[in-house]
Structure formats: structure tokens, C-alpha cells
Design a protein around this ligand. Structure first.
Ligand code: CAA
Length: 256
């Protein structure tokens, strides 16, 4: 099924979602994220589906939120266009989910991968939270899920510096679970196939229980993130950071 900015296929009990804006490295537009939430709702209703693989078309997973429409936003709009509802819908699917990551998984792209149960990466994968370079910070669950997954110090290193890590480092840190030489989709599909053979009710309850225990009060953490993140859209630094990206120049942050 073609939603427009992504495709959803279901075959043999395994669903695949392919993000499909390759010209902009699958940057996550509001339309794409809305479609993702609709696809999640469709999968939640489909009792035949046992596992999900999410990947990106054109050699990249996703280079983050689409910066163009965000650049001139004010805090209320930043809050209105949050990705949290869609990413939570993916995280809370009653089936296991795998992000198959090749190329860039940055910002909102990495945050989407973090909402999946597993990440299978190609050797060329580059994962990062570059938002600080735009005058903001990760605002789609990244400040909450990343430290829990890789520890607060490594997460702060990624969030404060905005540098990317390669697949080997990501594997060592537990950010990737499996690294393969080429396309990660076949390996992700093989894992999905195995997961699809397991008892689905027991697996669903295991997922709920692990997530509840691991994340604790994730929702209030995400709500605090959303407030702080949206408030940055009242700063000059956010406007400068995003305008600089769009104008293909280095930003000059004045702390205003
Ligand atoms: N938003 C909008 N457009 C994007 C984009 C994004 N996040 N990422 C890439 N693109 C576009 C580029 O503007 C470019 O378009 P044009 O051909 O029209 O110029 C096209 O995709 C190809 O990208 P590049 O020419 O820049 O490719 P490159 O190989 O030189 O660089 C890159 C790749 C390092 C990923 C670079 O594109 C980049 O830095 N992208 C932005 C990454 C980023 O900052 N992501 C975080 C976004 S904010 C966010 O995600 C907030 C949140 O928490 C939800």
C-alpha cells in the first residue's frame, strides 16, 4: 500500500514500512509522520501481522525531521507538529519491530529507530543527533530513549556534540544490535521471520513488561522534553541554526 511518503507491505505475516523521500534522504515531513501513525494504526488492527521492519528507500534510513518547514516555527507550532504520538504508536505496537538502518539515521530518524525494538545496521550506517548544530536538541523522544539505551554519558556526548557514530561504535554501545556488510533489510527480515514464529501473545506481553520496567515513567520524560524543545523555537539560535542549514552555511550561535 502506497501512503504517498512511505509504503507499507504485508507478506507472510511480516509488515515492511519503507520511508520514501529519497531526494531529501527520507527527511521526515509532517505528512510522512502522519502516514507513519496511520500505518501503525492499520498494523495494530491486523491480527495476521507478527513483526515489522522499517527501512528507508535510496540507501539512507532518515536524515531527521524536515528542516525547511521547521525553520520559522514558533513554540506553539513546534509543539503542535511533534512526532511523539507517531513514534509512541510504533513503540507500543503489539508486535516486535526492527529498524533496518543504512546510511544516515539522524535526529528524528534515529529517534524513530529508537522507538523500534531492534536496530540492524549496515556497515556504512551513520547514527547521530545533530540537532544541537541547528540550535535545538532531539525532540522526538531522543533525550529519553537514547540515555536509557546507551547510558547517560554516551548519550550526552552524542546530544551535546551532534557528531555521528559509525556502525562499529554503535554496535559496541548497544545502539545497533546487528551489523551487516551490505543492505540490512534481508538480515532484518530474517530476524522478523524468526520472531514471527514465536508465540505472539507471550511475545506481546513480554514486550509490554520489558518496556514498562525499562522505561518507567517514559511519558512524563517525553512531556518534559516536548516543553523544553518547543521553547527553543523562541530563540534566535534556533532560527540561525536552521536558516544556516537551508542556506548551506555555518551557523553563528549568539546564545540568544
Ligand atoms: N531536512 C530537510 N532536507 C534535508 C535534510 C533534513 N533533515 N537532510 C538532508 N536534506 C536534503 C538536503 O538539503 C539536500 O537537498 P538539496 O539537494 O535540495 O540541496 C538533500 O537532502 C541531500 O542532502 P545533502 O546534499 O546535504 O547530502 P550530504 O551527503 O552532503 O549530507 C547530511 C548529508 C550530513 C545528512 C546532511 O544532509 C545533513 O546534515 N542533514 C541534516 C541532518 C539534521 O540536522 N537532522 C536533524 C533534523 S532536526 C530533527 O530531527 C528534530 C527532531 O528531533 C525531531
Amino acid at each position: 500500500m502506497n501512503y504517498g511518503n512511505l509504503t507499507l507491505h504485508i507478506h507472510g505475516g511480516i509488515a515492511t514500512i519503507t520511508l520514501d523521500r529519497p531526494k531529501v534522504l527520507n527527511a521526515l515531513s509532517w505528512d510522512l509522520v502522519t502516514e507513519l501513525e496511520k500505518a501503525a494504526a492499520q498494523l495494530r488492527e491486523d491480527k495476521q501481522v507478527r513483526a515489522l521492519v522499517i527501512s528507508g528507500n535510496g540507501g539512507n534510513f532518515a536524515a531527521g525531521a524536515d528542516i525547511g518547514p521547521m525553520a520559522e516555527r514558533m513554540p506553539e507550532e513546534a509543539k503542535r507538529y511533534t512526532f511523539n504520538s507517531a513514534f509512541t504508536a510504533i513503540e507500543e505496537l503489539p508486535i516486535p519491530s526492527i529498524a533496518a538502518v543504512s546510511g544516515y539515521a539522524l535526529g528524528g530518524g534515529l529517534e524513530l529507530a529508537l522507538a523500534c525494538d531492534f536496530r540492524v545496521c549496515s556497515e556504512d550506517a551513520k547514527l547521530g543527533m545533530p540537532e544541537i548544530r541547528l540550535g535545538i536538541f532531539p525532540g522526538a523522544g531522543g533525550t529519553q530513549r537514547l540515555p536509557k539505551l546507551i547510558g547517560p554519558t554516551r548519550a550526552k556526548m552524542m546530544i551535546y556534540l551532534g557528531d555521528t557514530v559509525n556502525a562499529a561504535t554503535a554496535l559496541e554501545w548497544g545502539l545497533c544490535d546487528i551489523v551487516v556488510p551490505g543492505d540490512p533489510v534481508p538480515e532484518a527480515m530474517a530476524l522478523a521471520g524468526k520472531l514471527a514464529e514465536r508465540a505472539p501473545i507471550a511475545l506481546r506481553r513480554a514486550k509490554e513488561t520489558v518496556n514498562r520496567g525499562f522505561y518507567g515513567d517514559l511519558r512524563s520524560g517525553i512531556a518534559a522534553e516536548e516543553d523544553a524543545w518547543a521553547s527553543l523555537f523562541s530563540t534566535e539560535d534556533q532560527k540561525e541554526g536552521m536558516r544556516a542549514f537551508l542556506e548551506k552555511r555555518k551557523p553563528l550561535f549568539r546564545g540568544q
